[in-house]
Design a protein around this ligand. Sequence first.
Ligand code: ATP
Length: 206
Amino acid sequence: MGERIGLYGGSFDPIHFGHLISARSVAEQLDFSRIILIPSARPPHKPTAAVIDARHRLEMARLAVAGDPLFEVSEVELHRAGPSYSIDTVDELGRQLGDQCDLFWIIGADSLPELATWHRIGELLDRIRIVTAARPGFVVPDVTSLEAKVGAPAVEKLISDRFRTPEIDISATGIRQRVRKGRSVRYLTPSPVAEYIAREGLYGKA
Ligand code: ATP
């Protein structure tokens, strides 16, 4: 059996403990040797203007996991022109990492119904297992449109690939709001990230 690697894409605007704790829990349950964090250049589901510069999001991801052998950060989506699609990322990383690797894609439970809108989702599901971490407030996913798109067997597989992970009620939106209001983001994201946000004046008052 090849090396099992979890790919974890997101806007990471900023990365926070919700991402890190749930990804580590999935990795432990599925025996991943590595998790590759993939900051998205242009999140297809979010307007570009709503997301801060990729260079900051990349740096914060690096700071968050510095010194942790489980996590790596990939720039693969930042060097690609056009919107970032997971299927292209999987193809590219698959080529880089070689055939011996067993790749998985990690999402949070809020993203499960959204898979219906992902580019070439059917192909992506044929190619890799998408594994879902718990997220507070997203217990029973509405998979009606997803089922219409990829069929019942694929949805069943997705549903059974949901994992019990600690439910961490932290969101990047909440962190940005707190910064805007001048509140502390300590204990929501690793200290080096909180310090970077302060130092670079990110998410400040408009
Ligand atoms: P925003 O609040 O800006 O929408 P976010 O906190 O949801 O951001 P993203 O970077 O958009 O974070 O999410 C990347 C991936 O991480 C998604 O699959 C999302 O479901 C998952 N995720 C984010 N926060 C959590 C959390 N607290 N618990 C579990 N999964 C999460």
